[in-house]
Structure formats: structure tokens, C-alpha cells
Design a protein around this ligand. Structure first.
Ligand code: SF4
Length: 450
């Protein structure tokens, strides 16, 4: 691969940087943001505000070793029904602060494993959310599905409630890689779930794949991609595996000496990228690929692409209301995150108290920086507005970037562009834009830049 030495010169293989699913990253959130702030943001939402709902189901039947999500393993169903009731209680109390006429346009169930819920619990959850929020104007209802923990009844129930998009967790099909990351899942089983979804006329499919896994080679990754492409998903999210065992203890079960080195990670990503582009996919941002007729590709071409805690999205709603343990809500004024420990979250809601843990209120400069970070993360280029150009901290940061990254960027006094070969540096460049970034992190909070 060309330009490896240039990327090394710019520090790509050593850097630890945020993923920038939000600006600022969640580790900047503070407990100083309380109910007074968040309730004010909710009650000031105008009637015509676009709003999306996210429901977090933190339970999983299995705990895959590679996964750094906040999840809780459970072998039995005992905690599930009470949790659904707590979600509905939180939904009701949150709803009461918004004006009556607001209706969500999108609903996403994520986790964890939302399909760990039985069909009757899914029915209870979705009927309850409909009673509370009114789901009759949904444009999209999407669910994260673990192919090993779902079945025809659960899929049929989701379809009954309007399921329109599914994200399937795959990661890698190679048996040795799967064993090393503690997640076994055959190609046949995944293909069968895809068939069931298509039979239900749910054709908007996203596959989650990972590069940088132990024992992954050019050959195994190529075989995984071939197997995935056979099923013709509209979208593929190809995330870099982040090995952070100090943050996610179960990752210490992964043989770190079998992990590809940073240069190999870059080569794996580049190989996958070329395969997907060759198959007609469009690259979206740093790690997504979509067929040209997919809604994400259309949003990309129409410059409507945004980035949220769920990654790249065509959802432009300024209000994203997160329900459940650890869920993050987005408001025009800032962010609010729920208590992450499921038991504590449930106890608070059961007692009729707020589930809020921490948050962040955006000031005027934060808004300007958030916009620049989003432009760079989505398009590898950012055109500054008059307000952004007039902000001293932003201009100073841009000039620093031009000096620090030299041949990797182009700056014409208004637009900052990252040149093609330097696209892998985008998270580093976005991180530099937030000049006080390093003061808020000990460097272990973030993941490898590639
Ligand atoms: S990858 Fe999915 S099923 Fe595995 S632990 Fe993470 S959330 Fe649970």
C-alpha cells in the first residue's frame, strides 16, 4: 500500500483518539448536568420538532469477548420483563415533559441484544411505546439482531410492529477468528436469518463486520467478505476492533499476540475497502459502505449524512431520546446519559426518580466545533461558516492542523480538506481541532486511530 510511511510519519500507528460519534466525546460528560437542565431541554422542544427514539436493551445471552459494549449476561429471562416495565415507565415520564403533538419519526432498538426479549415482551414493549409516544408516524423502525438469539416468532412480532431495517451482528465468519473472540456463529445460521427477514419483506439490511481481529489475515477477511456479499446487504459497517482490555475486562481473554499490528490493520481495511468498492458499494465516512440505492448512500450524495452514537446515519432529527440503562439522549442544547448499571437504573425508575447520570451542555463554540468535526468525519472535508472563521479557537486550531499535518491537508482560507491518501488520519485531525482534547483524557480512554 502506498503512503504507509507518510501515515507513519504523521503518527497514525501510535495515536489513540476518540471515535467522534459525538462532539464532545462521552467522557467529557459531567454530573453537573442535572434534571433541571435536561427537563428544560425537553419541555422547550417545539411541536414540529423532529424526534427519534432509541431503546437500549443491555442483556445478552452470551458475552462475546471482543465486545466493549455495556452488556449484562443473563441465562434466564427473569430480569427481562421487569426491565421492559422500567423502560415504559421512563418513556412515560419523559413523554410527559414534551408537548403533546410531538411524534417520533424513527425508533431503534439496540443493545446488548434486543431480540433476547420474547415475542410477547417485544409486543408489550412496542405496544407500550405506541400508547405513550404514538408510533403512527414512524418512517423507520430498526433493530439490532443477534442471529444466534432470534427466531421466526420474534421476527414476525417485530414485523407486526413495522420493522423496516435490521442490523445483523456478524464480525467475521472464520472459525479460528470466531473462537479467538468468543463468538461462534455459522454462516448458515446467519444466512437463514437473512432469508427469514427477506421472506417478511424486510430488505434493508446492515451487516456489522470487524477488521483487526486475532488470526485475521488477508485470506480469511477475503473469505468473510465473499460470504457476506453473497447475502447482498445494502450496508456494511466495517469497524476496527478496539483492543482495550483495561476498559473491557473480557477482552483479556483475547490472545493479544495474535492481533494484527497497526500496519496490518491498515492493510486489512484497505483490502476490504477495495473489495467493497469493486462490488459497487460507496464508502461512507471512515468505516461504512452502502449500495448506491441505500438510504445512507443517498444521504451521503445529498450531503445529509450525519453522525450519532449509532454511527453514520441519515437521521437528521435534532432530538434523539435514549431510554434504558446507559442510553444517551441528544438535544439541540446538549447530551444526557442515563445511569449505566442496569440494577441502579431500574431502582431509580421504579422509585419514580430520574434515570439521568450525566450530561453536557453545548456552548456556542462547541456547536461550531461539533459541526466541523461532523463534516470531517462524514466527508473528510469541512467548509467553515463566517461564525466558525470568526472564532479565534477554531481558526487557531485550523492553522495548527495545516502546520502539523502539512501535505495531508489542503486549506484555502475557507475549506479544510484531507487529501485522499491521508483519510485514515481524520480522527487525529478532528481530535486536534478540539484543542483541549488531551487535557480531558489519559490516552487510555480512546482507541487506536486505525
Ligand atoms: S457482540 Fe452483541 S451479543 Fe456479543 S456481547 Fe456484544 S452486544 Fe452482546
Amino acid at each position: 500500500m502506498k503512503h504507509v510511511s507518510d501515515l507513519r510519519r504523521h503518527g497514525l500507528f501510535d495515536a489513540k483518539v476518540p471515535r467522534f460519534t459525538s462532539y464532545p466525546p462521552a467522557n467529557w460528560f459531567s454530573e453537573d448536568i442535572g434534571e433541571k437542565n435536561v427537563y428544560g431541554w425537553q419541555s422547550s422542544a417545539p411541536e414540529e420538532a423532529e424526534i427519534s427514539l432509541y431503546v437500549h436493551v443491555p442483556f445478552c445471552r452470551r458475552l462475546c469477548w471482543f465486545c466493549a459494549c455495556r452488556t449484562q449476561g443473563t441465562r434466564n429471562d427473569a430480569p427481562l420483563a421487569p426491565y421492559v416495565e422500567r423502560i415504559l415507565a421512563e418513556a412515560k415520564s419523559t413523554r410527559s415533559r414534551f408537548t403533546d403533538r410531538i411524534r417520533p419519526r424513527r425508533l431503534h432498538l439496540g443493545g446488548g441484544t434486543p431480540t433476547i426479549l420474547s415475542s410477547s415482551l417485544l409486543d408489550r414493549l412496542l405496544t407500550g411505546l405506541d400508547d405513550i409516544w404514538g408510533l403512527n408516524q414512524l418512517e423507520e423502525f430498526s433493530v439490532e439482531v443477534d442471529p444466534t438469539d432470534v427466531g421466526p416468532k420474534r421476527l414476525a412480532m417485530l414485523k407486526k410492529h413495522g420493522l423496516s431495517r435490521v442490523s445483523l451482528g456478524i464480525q467475521d465468519f472464520d472459525p479460528q477468528v470466531q473462537k479467538a473472540i468468543g463468538r461462534q456463529q455459522s454462516h448458515e445460521l446467519t444466512a437463514d436469518v437473512v432469508r427469514q427477514l427477506r421472506n417478511l419483506d424486510v430488505n434493508a439490511l446492515n451487516f456489522d463486520l470487524l477488521y483487526g481481529l486475532p488470526f485475521q489475515t488477508a485470506k480469511t477477511l477475503s473469505a468473510t467478505l465473499d460470504a457476506a456479499l453473497e447475502m447482498n446487504p445494502g450496508r456494511i459497517a466495517l469497524f476496527g476492533y478496539a483492543h482495550v482490555p483495561w476498559m473491557s475486562k473480557r477482552q483479556s481473554l483475547i490472545p493479544s499476540d495474535a492481533l494484527p499490528k497497526p500496519e496490518q490493520r491498515l492493510a486489512l481495511f484497505d483490502q476490504a475497502r477495495k473489495t467493497l468498492l469493486g462490488q459497487g458499494y460507496i464508502q461512507i465516512g471512515i468505516d461504512h459502505f452502502a449500495r448506491p440505492d441505500d438510504a445512507l448512500a443517498k444521504a451521503y450524495f445529498e450531503k445529509r449524512l450525519t453522525r450519532s452514537f449509532q454511527g453514520y446515519t441519515d437521521d437528521q432529527a435534532p432530538y434523539l431520546i435514549g431510554l434504558g440503562a446507559s442510553a444517551i439522549s441528544t438535544y439541540p442544547q446538549g447530551f444526557a446519559q442515563n445511569i449505566p448499571v442496569t440494577g441502579k437504573y431500574a431502582a431509580q425508575v421504579e422509585a419514580g426518580k430520574s434515570a439521568l447520570w450525566r450530561g453536557y451542555e453545548l456552548n456556542a463554540t462547541d456547536h461550531l466545533k461539533a459541526n466541523l468535526v461532523e463534516q470531517l468525519m462524514c466527508y473528510h472535508t469541512a467548509t467553515l461558516t463566517e461564525d466558525q472563521l470568526a472564532d479565534h479557537t477554531i481558526l487557531t486550531a485550523i492553522l495548527y492542523i495545516v502546520e502539523r499535518f502539512g501535505d495531508a491537508v489542503a486549506w484555502n482560507g475557507k475549506t479544510l480538506s484531507i487529501v485522499r491518501w491521508a483519510h485514515p488520519l481524520v480522527r487525529m485531525i478532528a481530535g486536534t481541532l478540539t484543542t483541549d482534547q488531551t487535557e480531558k483524557s489519559d490516552g487510555r480512554t480512546y482507541s487506536a486511530a486505525i
